[in-house]
Design a protein around this ligand. Structure first.
Ligand SMILES: *Cc1c(COP(=O)(O)O)cnc(C)c1O
Length: 360
């Protein structure tokens, strides 16, 4: 079988040129006679990889000098604990916006360490929208405010960041990192697990403003203290070397395509292709509120469960795979991350057109 169009929510599609280069370099990385998986994380070759990954990411995101870039393990889910352990240090209070399963998990974790308020929630409508927010809702004394920029399961995104005043803003960007232009200065801390838009699972990118480092609670495990990894330049212990190597090549791929603005333009085109079709269809229906629809995860349903199942199965036979929605919401979800080619989305829309005619 050849390559399929993989619409998985994560781990997800990676850029083909990156996979090809990794294959070429598998047995002998640049004349070292070994794979990146086999070399010391203190070697010259790997030092160039990790510093190169950081440099390229700094370029494509325009990351200011007073922010640190960390490559950590433990997935995005470990950040649910690291954020409160490190950032709750003045009032021990933080405000969270509940927009889905990932924010719920983060809230539950933070509640172990501090006085956590949920300032708004969209749970009343199965998280199919982003709650209306304004500055008055955020406690100006809080140590931080927390949002999930893109809600992977429901297909919603903040098209505009909330005004939280002077409170440090923390964002879980796991499913829309590098998908659109963000000004890093608007955030105190942003993090993303790699397996959606960065590379293979195993590495989590954290971008943290300098003044937030060094205030961890005294019982914080060493590995959960950002300062450990700032001081160790992400090499306090063995990092996820191979994932970082792939991430570096993905960052270079983004840069070569014209950077994040160019990627964002393509992402908007891809999303528009799908949403335009869904909006004009009498069979398919989008499930997220129009004003908050994600560019990365497009959620939709058919009139009944039977048709949903039939669609997923027939699409699979046509090389369009992993379109089943998350088990908690059902229906379908097409994840169209950076590495999904425009052609994949065109093929999906063509298939949906055909399916609509045949199943009306
Ligand atoms: C996938 C995802 C996570 C969880 O990531 P892990 O690396 O598996 O812990 C957290 N937040 C969001 C928004 C996600 O999409």
């Amino acid at each position: 079988m050849g390559r399929v169009y993989n619409f998985a929510a994560g781990p997800a599609v990676l850029p083909e040129p990156v996979l090809k280069k990794a294959a070429e370099e598998m047995l002998d990385y640049k004349g070292t006679g070994m794979s990146v998986m086999e070399m010391s994380h203190r070697s010259k070759a790997f030092t160039e990889i990790i510093t190169g990954a950081e440099e390229t990411l700094r370029q494509i995101m325009d990351i200011p000098q007073n922010y640190h870039v960390l490559f950590l393990q433990g997935g995005a889910s470990s950040q649910f604990a690291m954020v409160p352990l490190n950032l709750l240090h003045k009032t021990n209070k933080a405000d969270y916006v509940n927009t889905g399963a990932w924010s719920k998990k983060a809230i539950a974790e933070a509640k172990k360490y501090g006085d956590i308020s949920v300032v708004a929630s969209s749970e009343d409508k199965t998280f199919n929208y982003i709650p209306k927010l304004d500055k008055s809702m955020f406690n100006q004394e809080a140590d931080y405010a927390y949002i999930v920029t893109n809600n992977t399961i429901y297909g919603t995104v903040y098209h505009k960041l909330p005004d939280v005043g002077n409170v440090p803003l923390v964002a879980d960007m796991s499913s829309n990192f590098l998908s659109q232009v963000y000004d890093v200065n608007n955030f105190a801390l942003m993090f993303a697990g790699a397996q959606k838009n960065i590379g293979p699972a195993g590495v989590t990118v954290v971008i943290i403003r300098d003044d937030l480092v060094g205030h961890a609670k005294d019982f914080t495990p060493t590995m959960f203290d950002y300062k450990t990894h700032v001081d160790g330049k992400s090499l306090f212990n063995t990092p996820p070397c191979y994932s970082i190597y792939i991430a570096k090549m993905v960052f270079e791929w983004v840069k070569d395509l014209g950077g994040v603005p160019a990627i964002e333009k393509i992402n908007r085109e891809k999303a528009a292709l799908l949403y335009d079709f869904i909006d004009n269809s009498s069979l398919f229906k989008g499930t997220a509120d129009r004003k908050d629809r994600s560019l990365m995860n497009v959620t939709f349903i058919l009139p009944n469960e039977e048709l949903n199942a039939k669609f997923v199965e027939e699409a699979g036979k046509n090389g369009l795979v992993t379109l089943k929605g998350h088990r908690s919401v059902g229906g379908m979800r097409a994840s169209i991350y950076n590495a999904m080619p425009v052609d994949g989305v065109k093929k999906l829309v063509e298939f949906m057109k055909k399916f609509e005619i045949e199943n009306k």
